[in-house]
Design a protein around this ligand. Structure first.
Ligand code: PLP
Length: 393
């Protein structure tokens, strides 16, 4: 570990605040560090490893395809991309039936925003306070956190406006003749696991339709079954015009995807957008194995069931510890807001010492986004670890 830290210090960009730990292998919900200590993973690579670590179906697909064909180019038709697109059309919300493939969440958002401007021939984007959409220029311009945006203002487009998340009147006011799209996460994840009121997304959908404004839902973190449905927008019966995916779509292998209604996606013409690696045979085969496995194990329903149990156990803790302010979330996207950043940091450290990986976001919110295959006994173990930790604070 000392050698790793030393090399990082000398040769790796200091863009991340890292915990002093590195892992050598993973299996299911478990990770082992370089010394062989085992951890239960409630971070899942930040909502990426939906099937857990090294699921045999994913590993098998990866191995098979790697030995056959990894990459060609979008100069040609790619059979695996076609098959993945057709599978996605089956699981995506109604109307989302054409897909553009890329390699990450921010690229999917970037593509969504370009498509919105091209399709609508309008120039303005409305986003929500508390949002997170990624780190490339347009995605970052749609991201609320000032600390992420301000150092890079010279690079960012200025035609983005923010409105409070979860409130319809300010959104209605912000929509104008020049508005191309509204971009929202159905549940704000990085922003502290914030679930909007039940009338919000249906209201946004209605407003956008009335004003001829596109609705982009960013399901990079909430998608692929995490919240108890394939996509979180299904909880409110809402279907967007554009939908972004990444993270769990590859289960750990990098892939991003923009889905859209056909009449919207068809505004892209050859040459309008591209990605060298986007939708290559290897990434697409892996994503296909992820979707097959989510289906086979019925993971959205499992996330709903296990998430309900998990939430109940967190609520019990809230009843016993004053340092817990609120428990929020849906399915296996859960957040527990603590009294202060310091308490949240101590909770992360305490759990780590006890062999449980959890994450802190939005200053003082503990975020739980475990693999969707997590078991009740893992949850019970984490609750005990949190309990012991909080007793000592
Ligand atoms: N959109 C949402 C909702 C996210 O949560 C994230 C990442 O956390 C992104 C976009 C950016 O994804 P990536 O880090 O793959 O670029």
């Amino acid at each position: 570990m000392e050698r790793v830290l030393e090399i990082y210090e000398r040769h790796v960009a200091p863009t991340y605040r890292r915990l002093p730990i590195a892992f050598s292998r993973g299996r299911g919900a478990y990770l082992w560090d370089l010394k062989g200590k085992r951890y239960v993973d409630f971070v899942g690579g930040i909502a990426v490893c939906a099937l857990g670590h090294c699921h045999p179906s994913l590993v098998g697909a990866l191995r098979r395809q790697a030995g056959k064909l990894m990459h060609v180019s979008n100069l040609y038709y790619i059979q695996q991309q076609a098959e993945l697109a057709s599978m996605l059309a089956e699981v995506c919300p109604e109307g989302i039936e054409k897909f553009f493939f890329c390699n990450s969440g921010t690229e999917a958002v970037e593509a969504a925003l370009k498509l919105a401007v091209k399709h609508s021939k309008r120039s303005k984007i409305v986003a929500a306070e508390g949002s997170f959409h990624g780190r490339t220029a347009a995605s970052l311009a749609a991201t609320w956190e000032k600390a992420y945006r301000e150092p890079f203002l010279p690079l960012l487009p200025e035609n983005f406006e923010f409105v409070p998340f979860g409130q319809l009147p300010p959104l209605e006011k912000a929509l104008g003749e020049e508005t191309a799209a509204v971009i929202l996460e159905p549940i704000q994840a990085e922003g502290g696991v914030r679930v909007p009121p039940d009338d919000y997304l249906p209201g946004v959908r209605k407003l956008c339709r009335e004003r001829g404004v596109l609705l982009i839902l960013d399901e990079v973190q909430t998608g692929m079954g995490r919240t108890g449905r394939w996509f979180a927008c299904e909880h409110w019966g809402v279907s967007p015009d554009e939908l972004t995916m990444a993270k769990a779509l590859g289960g750990g292998f990098p892939i991003g995807c923009l889905g859209a209604k056909a009449e919207v996606m068809d505004s892209f013409q050859p040459g309008d957008h591209a990605s060298t690696f986007g939708g290559n045979p290897l990434a697409c085969e892996v994503a296909r194995s992820v979707i097959r496995t989510i289906r086979k194990l019925n993971l959205p329903a499992r996330a709903a069931r296990v998430g309900k149990y998990f939430r109940g156990r967190l609520e019990e803790l809230k009843g016993r510890f004053e340092v817990i302010e609120e428990v929020r979330g849906l399915g296996l996207l859960l957040g527990m807001e603590m009294k202060s950043r310091e308490v949240a940091e101590k909770a992360v450290e305490g759990c780590l010492r006890r062999g449980y990986l959890i994450n802190r976001t939005a200053e003082k919110v503990l975020r739980f986004v475990p693999p969707l295959i997590i078991e009740r006994e893992h949850i019970d173990g984490l609750i005990s670890a949190l309990e012991e930790t909080l007793k000592g604070i």
